[in-house]
Design a protein around this ligand. Sequence first.
Ligand SMILES: Cc1ncc(COP(=O)(O)O)c(C=O)c1O
Length: 347
Amino acid sequence: MKNKEFGSYFSLETNQNWFVDSKNEQPLINDDIALCISGRTAIFGILKMGILKNGWERVYFPQYYCHEVVDFLQDLPIEICYYSFNPFMDNDIGHAFIDEKTSVIVNVDYFGITHVPISNINNAVIIDDITYSILSFTSSTAAYCFASLRKELPVPAGGFCFSPAGHELPSFVHSAQADSLIENSLIAMTMKKTYLDGNKVDKEEFRKLYAFSEEGFTNTMLEDGALPIKALQVLKKLNVSEIIKQKHINITQILNTLSDNLTPFCFNKTSSGFGLVLYFDDKTLRDSFRQALVQAKIYPAILWPEQRHKESIKNADQMLFVHVDYRYNTDDIDYICTTLETIDYEI
Ligand SMILES: Cc1ncc(COP(=O)(O)O)c(C=O)c1O
């Protein structure tokens, strides 16, 4: 019997249905894309190059962000600035930027649903963070984009940079630290696969390994880290387009199924997105949903839990992210919807 559960980290994919055959193109494997070990390494590389070659002096991040990325940039000689934005408030970013050639503005694609409405920028360099919609590199109009790969794909690690404007990309180097990180991450993914298949595996063991690997990504020894060969081998096999397409099919199913009682909490309005994003009026209500989902073995996430600005802390406390990616079929999505519908909550 399978151990059915939903969400959290990807396990290792072994189902050939999700692999490319020789006729399929692999959108992420091409000469215009620089692969590296993580999303944070990708932006580190772009900034390092820009500081050196173009004299970049400051980089702006939105306040509502994954701050681990910003922490990873501490060794770079560049001023880190925050602009006031979070996706749930749609606040006016006003004249937040020094619009000079030495300024860099990071524009985040929030959950593949919305992004910062940056306009009237004439000189500053725009970098899109497309971690939650990796294939949108083809439509980005920024100077550069970058992403993490392991959020949308079942890979042990990975990130990439691309320049829609055709600028030079940074290069990355292989290291023993990166290889060992991948080994651990692959073991965790394999153990989880074995567990989900119904075999006796200590869940705590692979949870610890995932956490250990996550910690590994913060290691500044990986600042120039290339994508290790073993991770590249996993990536090369995957049918990235189909994997992402299935997620959009699942989001459509959810939007068509959820009742009017729940749609006010639903941040998704179209089939696009990284998953189902729910946004509640307060933390108590969010937590009651979270608890009920966990009891039903649906493990939602908070993106991102460690906010540093007052408004963003409040917003993160009200959001919940439910995984509805390619791992789940029509019946699974029905189960997730029914669970959501039957949660006993009070407004
Ligand atoms: C929006 C966003 N950008 C970048 C990253 C960094 O990716 P990685 O963990 O691969 O360094 C993350 C997640 O950690 C993220 O959520």
